[in-house]
Design a protein around this ligand. Structure first.
Ligand SMILES: NC(=O)C1=CN([C@@H]2O[C@H](COP(=O)(O)OP(=O)(O)OC[C@H]3O[C@@H](n4cnc5c(N)ncnc54)[C@H](O)[C@@H]3O)[C@@H](O)[C@H]2O)[C@@H](O)CC1
Ligand SMILES: Nc1ncnc2c1ncn2[C@@H]1O[C@H](COP(=O)(O)OP(=O)(O)O)[C@@H](O)[C@H]1O
Ligand SMILES: [Mg+2]
Length: 280
């Protein structure tokens, strides 16, 4: 049976980006832990962290390889750092986070699998887990079940989705994707030139996006934005839709005058973009 695909439009922005109440503090806007950034892929977790901070998240901790600490703080003094080899220090931070983003630049070596397994084990029912990049590749390759209590948000590109769902890229129809997303009990963002979101029994399709986004780090940035929005805005499904829409709307604007859009430019544009489109 034909599935009716709903379009993601600018309407989602004023619907989700609320005006900030005067009587608020950092905690009002959520705590996020971002986990990733192996020695080879340090940029991924820095771009994801940049996106989370610039989206307006209240407090951001980046749990990554110690080789990234200096460059992280060069880019983002707002983020706190934890050495991902020190799980005793990382665990309480992960447990008390409203949102955990895991996967950007995580890598697929045994230590990455151990860390992913530990995080899945402690994920709680109040938490939102954004699972991206190598975390998706690892969970597919090792048949790791998703944590059953947390709200899980997967952000695969089409090849990562093929690995996770078993559906070949050419066969990734809305019907097949929705069936696989339901089976996972997860919100699934299938990223492409017209990204689709599978959530609360609906299929949404983004109306924006430009080939100027086809560059490394663009998905890492989306993962950080999804985390930043999910940390601040109550409804997780709508927060994901607003992040997906904002990500391409900012890129479309930049691509009016640029051949390629650099992922960090999207993050840097977020504060002004969100101010402009917040609820009246
Ligand atoms: N600067 C950095 O540190 C960066 C780190 N990254 C990290 O690198 C790790 C690996 O991610 P990658 O996505 O690069 O590698 P993957 O191996 O997961 O996916 C890339 C492979 O999938 C195929 N593929 C992807 N999208 C496709 C599509 N739409 N159609 C057909 N084939 C497609 C490509 O041909 C390639 O073989 C992740 O953890 C990611 O976060 C990347 O985000 C790139 C930037
Ligand atoms: N031609 C395109 N048009 C619009 N968006 C695109 C295009 N190519 C890639 N993108 C977007 O760029 C991002 C790529 O994600 P991903 O492959 O995970 O990047 P990363 O290198 O950060 O892991 C997705 O959000 C995808 O929708
Ligand atoms: Mg990616």
């Amino acid at each position: 049976m034909m599935i009716n695909v709903k379009k993601i439009t600018s309407q989602i922005l004023t619907d989700v980006i609320r005006k900030r109440p005067a009587d608020s503090f950092k905690g009002t806007y959520g705590k996020i832990a971002l986990i990733g950034g192996s020695q080879n892929f340090g940029g991924a977790i820095i771009m994801a962290s940049l996106a989370a901070v610039y989206s307006g998240a209240g407090l951001v901790t980046t749990i990554t390889d110690p080789s990234n600490q200096t460059s992280l703080h060069d880019w983002l003094p707002e983020a706190m750092f934890v050495d991902w080899n020190n799980f005793d220090q990382a665990e309480p931070i992960i447990k008390s986070a409203d949102v955990v983003v895991i996967g950007p630049g995580l890598g697929t070596d045994p230590s990455a699998l151990t860390l992913l397994t530990k995080v899945f084990r402690i994920a709680g029912s109040e938490q939102k887990l954004v699972i991206d990049g190598s975390a998706l590749t690892l969970l597919a390759a090792n048949n790791l079940p998703l944590p059953k209590d947390s709200t899980n948000i997967l952000t695969p590109h089409q090849m990562e989705w093929q690995r996770v769902s078993g559906i070949k890229i050419a066969d990734q129809t809305p019907e097949k994707n929705q069936a696989a997303a339901k089976q996972l009990h997860a919100i699934v963002v299938v990223k492409s030139h017209r990204t689709q979101v599978y959530a609360d029994n609906h299929v949404y399709e983004n109306t924006g996006g430009t080939p100027a986004q086809a560059t490394g780090g663009m998905g890492d940035t989306l993962a950080g934005m999804v985390g930043g929005f999910a940390a601040q805005f109550k409804n997780p499904q709508k927060a994901v839709l607003a992040a997906v829409y904002s990500h391409s709307a900012i890129a479309d604007k930049l691509a009016e005058k640029q051949y390629v859009v650099l992922p960090h430019q999207i993050s840097e544009a977020l504060p002004k973009f969100m101010y402009k489109h917040q609820a009246k």
